[in-house]
Design a protein around this ligand. Structure first.
Ligand code: NOJ
Length: 553
C-alpha cells in the first residue's frame, strides 16, 4: 500500500492542499491587509481542518498591481505582510502541526519595480540590462506601432512603449514585464530563489504561468493573426509546440534543470505547474524529471454535468498516469468564480456578463448553490490524486458578485476598459467571527468590502455546528485520510445511470453523486458521509436526492 504519511517523499500524490491568499486570509496587525502573522495565528484551525499542506499565494514585496503576482523581490517578504522572520516562524509552526508549506513562484514576469527592470529602463536601448526582458523597436514609420499583434491575457496589446521609443512585452499587466528565459542570468537567479526558499524549509512550489516561460523570440517576431490566437484557447487548434509563447517544447528544459535542484533536498521538494494547456500536453509538465503535478483546469472548467465530468475524470486520470504523476483536482481558486456560485450558472453563461449584472442575470439561489457545492466537494475529495482547496470554500462562501465597481482592485477591470469585473469577488477577506470589525479578519477593516451576509458564513458560526459546511469539510478530510489507499478508480456499471456518477476507490470506499434533478436509488452499503442529510435512508435502502454526494463503505 502506498504510504501517504506526511514524512513520505511522495506525500503530495494524494494530498489536500489549502490555498491561502494571504492578503485576504487574516490581518494580525490591523492595517486592513492580511499578513503572515495572521496566517500563523490560524494554523491550528487549518491543522484542525485536516488539510495536508498550505500553498501561500505571493507574499513578496509588490505594489499589488496584480494582487502580488507582480514581484519586486523574490527573496523577501512584503513589509506590509511581515518579515522573513515571520515567514520562518510560520513555516516552523506549520511543520510542528504536520502541515507542509508550498510557496508561489512567479517566473514569467517580474514587477516593473524589480531592480532589473528599473536598471533596464535607466540603461537605455541596446544595453545588456534590457536583454533580461523583451525589449523591441516598434513598427510603423516612427516605431509607433507595437512590434507584434500579441495580446495581453488581461486585454489590449501585450506591448508597452516607453519614453525612449522602445516597447517591452508584458503578457499580463504593464507592471509585469516578461523575462527573457534564454538569458542565463535569469535562469541562474531563479535557481537561487528555489534554493533560498528550499533552504528555509519550504516543501514545494506552485509555478505561475508555467507554460509561458520559453518564447520564440527569433527575429522577425511573428504576428499571430488575431487577438483570439494570443490566448491559450489557440493551443487546441495549433500544431503542438508552435505557439510563439505558450507551451513550447523548450520550456521543459527549464523544469528538468529545476528538478535537479528540487531533488537535491531531503525530502525532495515538490512542484505543481499552473499551465493552461490541454490534457496530454499539460501532463508533460508533471513528468518524473520535471515538476510533480500540473493543475487540472479541465476539471475546474467542467459544468455540473455527469457525462462531462466522467469524461474529464477518466481523461485526467489517464493522462496523469501516463507520465507517472497523480491527478489534481480544483474547484475554486483566487482567479475564478467560487464554485458555490459558478456551478449554478446555466451552461453557456457569460461569466463577465453575469458579474457585470452584479450576479442578478441569472440570480443564483444561495442555498441551492451551497447544496451543489457540497456535493461537488465530496465528489472531488473522493477522486484519486490531490485536491486543492481555496480559502473560504470550507465555509461555503459564495462569490461576492455585487462588489461596487469603485471598490474593485483587480487590474482586469481597468485593462479591459470595464468590460470584465475581474476576480475580486472570490478574494473578499474571510469572515472569522459573526460580529466585530471585518468579521474577525482584522481590527483595521477589510481591503474589499464584505457583505453583511458573511456573518452567517463565519467560521465562528459554523464551528461545532452539526451539518455546517465547515464541519462537513472537517469530517470529510478526517475520513478521507483513513480511507485513502491506491490511486485506482473503478466506475460502477458499464453505463452509469444518466446524471449519476458512481465509482469505487477501494474495498472500503465508494462514492455516488446525483447530478440529476430527481432522486435516485441509494445502493446498499453503510453510509459513511453525505453532503446533505438523507431523509429516507433506512435499513431497506432509500434514495439519494438531487445535488447530493454519498460516501459508502
Ligand atoms: C496566474 C495567477 O493565478 C493570477 O492570479 C495572475 O494574475 C497571473 N498568473 C499572472 O501572474
Amino acid at each position: 500500500m502506498t504510504d501517504f504519511s506526511s514524512h513520505h517523499p511522495d506525500w503530495w500524490r494524494q494530498a489536500v492542499v489549502y490555498q491561502v491568499y494571504p492578503r485576504s486570509f487574516a490581518d494580525a496587525d490591523g492595517d486592513g491587509l492580511g499578513d503572515l502573522r495572521g496566517v500563523a495565528d490560524r494554523l491550528p484551525q487549518l491543522a484542525g481542518l485536516g488539510v495536508d499542506a498550505l500553498w501561500l499565494s505571493p507574499f513578496y514585496p509588490s505594489e499589488l498591481a496584480d494582487g502580488g503576482y507582480d514581484v519586486a523581490d523574490y527573496r523577501d517578504v512584503d513589509p506590509r505582510l511581515g518579515t522573513l522572520a515571520d515567514f520562518d516562524a510560520l513555516a516552523a509552526e506549520a511543520h510542528r502541526l504536520g502541515l507542509k508549506v508550498i510557496v508561489d513562484l512567479v517566473p514569467n514576469h517580474t514587477s516593473h519595480l524589480h531592480p532589473w527592470f528599473q536598471e533596464a529602463l535607466a540603461a537605455g536601448p541596446g544595453s545588456p540590462a534590457r536583454d533580461r526582458y523583451v525589449f523591441r523597436e516598434g513598427r510603423g514609420p516612427n516605431g509607433e506601432l507595437p512590434p507584434t499583434d500579441w495580446q495581453s491575457v488581461f486585454g489590449g496589446s501585450a506591448w508597452q512603449r516607453i519614453s525612449d521609443g522602445q516597447w517591452y512585452l508584458h503578457l499580463f499587466t504593464r507592471e509585469q514585464p516578461d523575462l527573457d528565459w534564454s538569458h542565463e542570468e535569469v535562469r541562474e537567479d531563479f535557481r537561487t530563489t528555489l534554493r533560498f526558499w528550499s533552504d528555509r524549509g519550504v516543501d514545494g512550489f506552485r509555478i505561475d504561468v508555467a507554460h509561458a516561460l520559453a518564447k520564440d523570440l527569433t527575429e522577425p517576431l511573428r504576428d499571430l493573426g488575431g487577438p483570439e490566437s494570443s490566448g491559450e484557447d489557440a493551443l487546441s487548434h495549433l500544431p503542438p509546440g508552435t505557439h510563439p509563447f505558450y507551451d513550447r517544447d523548450e520550456v521543459h528544459e527549464i523544469y528538468r534543470d529545476w528538478r535537479t535542484i528540487l531533488d537535491s533536498y531531503t525530502p525532495p521538494r515538490t512542484a505543481v505547474a499552473e499551465a493552461w494547456v490541454p490534457g496530454a500536453r499539460r501532463a508533460l509538465y508533471a513528468r518524473p524529471d520535471e515538476l510533480d503535478q500540473a493543475f487540472n483546469f479541465e476539471y475546474l472548467q467542467a459544468g455540473w454535468d455527469a457525462k462531462q465530468l466522467r469524461e474529464v475524470i477518466t481523461d485526467s486520470l489517464a493522462t496523469a498516469r501516463a507520465v507517472g504523476a497523480s491527478a489534481t483536482w480544483v474547484l475554486s481558486n483566487h482567479d475564478v468564480v467560487r464554485h458555490t456560485s459558478r456551478l449554478m450558472l446555466p451552461p453557456g453563461t457569460d461569466r463577465n456578463a453575469w458579474l457585470l449584472s452584479d450576479g442578478t442575470a441569472p440570480r443564483v439561489d444561495e442555498r441551492a448553490g451551497l447544496r451543489r457545492a457540497r456535493a461537488a466537494t465530496l465528489l472531488m475529495l473522493a477522486l484519486p490524486g490531490s485536491s486543492y482547496v481555496y480559502q473560504g470554500e470550507e465555509l461555503g462562501l459564495p462569490e461576492v458578485a455585487d462588489l461596487p465597481v469603485d471598490a474593485l482592485r483587480d487590474p482586469v477591470w481597468e485593462q479591459t476598459g470595464h468590460a470584465d469585473k475581474g476576480r475580486d469577488g472570490c478574494r473578499v477577506p474571510l469572515p472569522w467571527t459573526t460580529t466585530g470589525p471585518s468579521y474577525g479578519f482584522g481590527a483595521g477593516g477589510a481591503w474589499l468590502p464584505q457583505p453583511p451576509y458573511f456573518a452567517r458564513y463565519a467560521a465562528e458560526a459554523q464551528t461545532g455546528v452539526e451539518g455546517s459546511t465547515l464541519e462537513l469539510y472537517r469530517t470529510a478530510l478526517r475520513l478521507r485520510r483513513k480511507l485513502l489507499s491506491g490511486e485506482e478508480l473503478t466506475w460502477h456499471g458499464t453505463t452509469n445511470t444518466p446524471g449519476v456518477l458512481f465509482f469505487a476507490r477501494s474495498d472500503g470506499w465508494r462514492c455516488m453523486t446525483n447530478l440529476s434533478d430527481a432522486p435516485v436509488p441509494l445502493p446498499p452499503g453503510e453510509v459513511l458521509l453525505t453532503s446533505m442529510p438523507l431523509d429516507d435512508h433506512g435499513p431497506g435502502g432509500g434514495t439519494l436526492p438531487p445535488d447530493t454526494t454519498v460516501w459508502l463503505a
